[in-house]
Ligand binder design. Sequence first.
Ligand code: GLN
Length: 196
Amino acid sequence: MKIGVLALQGAFREHQDMIRLSGAECIEIRQLSDLTGNSLDGIVLPGGESTVQGKLLRELGMLEPLRNMIKAGTPVLATCAGLILLAEKIEGDPVSHLGTLPVTVKRNAFGRQTGSFEYTGNVGKLQNFLMTFIRAPIVTALNSQEVEVLAECREQIVAVKYGNQIGLAFHPEINDDPSIHREFLDLCEKFHNGIK
Ligand code: GLN
């Protein structure tokens, strides 16, 4: 199995470590050929700055091919800025990026004072998962009945799943618990084996 981590900007190295620790091969996606020439079984969109990542994806001609791969079912794990890239709508912004995940997000939603914090709670079936938020977005609307809420924090939605797309407002890659990455790799394995 081969997983591609978008490595244009932001916190991508920690994701690579998690993926490799969990036993899968991992490559960096830096240009179009990395995306199209590797028959990837899964894609990770890391945290960072969504405006910068979106701009680079457009400039490098990767936005449309990436969107098509996700629409075709390639599993994607998106954290923080990655969730913003996936979202169909971004509050206060007329333009979205990939737009494959039918939710509305609000950027930097916890305010400056509480820009970074930790919270322990359930994420789907995982109990007591340590969630680290860094200038995190929240999901303010679910735009399809098929979007499943995986986690809430401070009465806000902070993790969702829609088909093979997992969107998290927090950063599971910077703590020691690989459970979310393992669940993502299970999805990738099913996709790899042709099970949708
Ligand atoms: N605030 C960033 C954005 O809007 C996301 C922060 C992060 O990825 N840690 O893109």
